[in-house]
Each structure stands twice: as C-alpha cells, then as structure tokens.
Design a protein around this ligand. Structure first.
Ligand code: ZN
Ligand code: ZN
Length: 144
C-alpha cells in the first residue's frame, strides 16, 4: 500500500533528478544572509522533508556539496550549477527548494530569519526573528 504522493524534482539542466514523497514537515521562506549569499536571491522558498523522503534518481555522481557550517550541506549540479537542496543533519531534515520541484504546491506558512531580511514581504504570514522555539530559535515574531 503506497498512497504517498511523489513529486519530480531536478536541477536547472535536468542532469540531476530526484523525487520527494509524502508531505513536508514545514514550508516557508528564509531571509537569512547565508541563503541569500549562496543562492543569489533575496529569499529562499524552503520545504523541509525527512531525509528518507528525498531520493536521487539520476546524476548522483554529478552533485556538488559544500558546507560552511555543520548544519547546512548545500547541493548543486556540477553541470549547470543549479541549486536544488540543502541537508540539515543537525535538524534531521532536508530543505528542497520550491523552485526545484515545480509540480509541488508550495504553501508557505512562515517566514524565518526575518531579522536579516532585505526584502520585506507583506503577505500576512508570521515573520519570525530567527527560528521557531521548537526548532531552537527565539520564536519571536517581528512586524512585517
Ligand atoms: Zn544541472
Ligand atoms: Zn536561510
């Protein structure tokens, strides 16, 4: 019995392909300096999954990896340079970027690391100073 929904993901050029299955643990936008500096964009649309929900189906030997900190192992395709996920081993979660799984309906519930924002987004969702308290953050909510 397998009633889990599966979504196809890929890097920018398609050399690396993967699937995500089931439902994510959390979805939202990260405004932190690390996400911005690495991605080149002002925010990162994240979806956090259990590591086993993410399966590389093609191009596993073509994946580059870099970690500046122990909690974020950032992955990209060596052919096109396209970013598609970050592993967060200390949290036991994998962040798959919403843009890399176009068929997945990304429903953001929260903005995190809003104290570092360079792009204020007035969408009515909660804006956390850093991370939720249950994830080791302050849980503080900032004005939009
Ligand atoms: Zn690629
Ligand atoms: Zn971030």
């Amino acid at each position: 019995m397998d009633n889990e929904q599966t979504y196809q993901g890929s890097c920018f050029c398609g050399d690396v392909q993967f699937t995500v299955s089931g439902a994510p643990e959390a979805m939202g936008y990260c405004h932190c300096e690390s996400c911005r500096h690495w991605s080149g964009g002002p925010v990162n649309a994240f979806s956090l999954w259990k590591p086993e929900a993410v399966q590389i189906t093609r191009g596993a030997d073509n994946i580059g990896s870099y970690h500046k900190t122990d909690n974020s192992h950032r992955k990209w395709c060596k052919t096109c340079g396209g970013h598609f996920l970050s592993e967060h081993p200390l949290m036991g979660l994998t962040d798959v970027y919403a843009s890399a799984i176009p068929d997945f309906d990304h429903q953001a519930a929260v903005h995190v690391n809003y104290q570092e924002t360079t792009l204020r987004i007035k969408d009515g969702l909660p804006k956390l100073r850093d991370f939720p308290a249950e994830m080791g953050g302050s849980g503080d909510v900032l004005p939009e």
